[in-house]
Design a binder for this molecule. Structure first.
Ligand SMILES: [Fe+2]
Length: 318
């Protein structure tokens, strides 16, 4: 690990920023930012073929900076989808997300044309996927099979920028906090809902009870750059360690309200064969369910992340 964290908190005067950092140079791929905050559309690559080292390195650099990278017209077999995903790390399964076609290394997000909007988990809030796991996902690689003609976008919020724009006083407070996340009761809660309100969850999985609850830092540090981001969101949140639920909820609500600000966002319109890789550690995401009577079917792999590092872990390692 390096000792000097990248800090966009004091940018050099006169240097334009994209996603909080100066725009890197790319030679092998085209990179068109989607907004000033995060996201970029990548061109000049066919993901169905093996990629050379330099192209792969540029894709990884774009991923690190923009957090959400979008490729169009990628007609991939499940095996090609998985091999591209493995460039980012080891694939993992999730206890709650339904699998795609019985393949435990792939999941699906599916809403049929006649289904209500709530069938897809956590659609209504910006969230990160599965923060209750000891090693929550590093990234999601998702491809569209069917999408609405209009609407059904996915929106993202850059959690680095949320952190970097807090006051120094609040940054110092959240730097020292830890969060209890739990996914233990989602099936029981779902069962207690009327059938038309239930989420589509995976029915069986091989995870132990212990793997469904974890304590993680509220501020997450990138293991290579040292850049810090808010890692607090309402999905599976119980409380801050040492705080009551009521106190925790008040601070969480404030942090979540900051993540809603448009100047931290990008939004991606899906088309058939659009493939997105998003960083699940340093962004929040949500599907926008502003469509009806149309099918939306997205398939995905999930890449395992590192155990989240907090500011104290980074200092110890530095
Ligand atoms: Fe999600």
């Amino acid at each position: 690990m390096g000792t000097q964290p990248v800090s966009p908190l004091r940018p050099a005067p006169g240097v334009p920023l994209a996603a909080g950092l100066p725009m890197p140079a790319f030679r092998r791929i085209t990179v068109e930012p989607l907004s000033g905050a995060c996201g970029a559309e990548i061109g000049g690559v066919d993901l169905s073929r093996p990629l050379d080292t330099e192209t792969t390195a540029e894709i990884m650099a774009a991923f690190q900076q923009f957090l959400v990278i979008v490729f169009r017209n990628q007609d991939l077999t499940p095996d090609q989808h998985k091999s591209f995903s493995r460039l980012f790390g080891e694939l993992t399964e999730l206890p709650q997300a339904p699998t795609y076609n019985g393949d435990r290394e792939m999941q699906e997000v599916r809403r049929e044309a006649d289904e209500p909007v709530n069938v897809v988990p956590s659609f209504e809030h910006f969230h990160t996927d599965s923060p209750f796991l000891p090693q929550p996902p590093k990234c999601i690689v998702m491809r569209a099979l069917d999408c609405p003609q209009w609407g059904g976008d996915t929106a993202f919020s850059n959690a680095y920028l949320v952190y970097e724009n807090l006051s120094e006083g609040l940054r110092t407070l959240v730097d020292g906090l830890q969060i209890i996340y739990s996914g233990k009761d989602i099936w029981r809660k779902n069962e207690s809902l009327p059938p038309e309100k239930r989420l589509r969850l995976r029915e069986t999985h091989g995870f132990s009870e212990d793997q469904l609850e974890s304590i993680h830092p509220a501020v997450r540090v990138h293991p290579e750059t040292g850049r810090r981001a808010i890692f607090a969101n309402t999905a599976y949140f119980k409380r801050f360690v040492g705080w009551t639920e009521e106190e925790s909820r008040a601070l969480l609500d404030y942090l979540q309200s900051q993540a809603q600000q448009l100047h931290y966002h990008c939004r991606v319109k899906w088309q058939r064969d659009t493939l997105i890789v998003w960083d699940n550690r340093f962004t929040l995401h949500r599907g926008v369910h502003d469509f009806i009577y149309e099918r939306r079917h997205l398939i995905r792999t999930t890449v395992m992340g590192e155990r989240p590092l907090g500011p104290a872990d980074w200092k110890r390692a530095g």
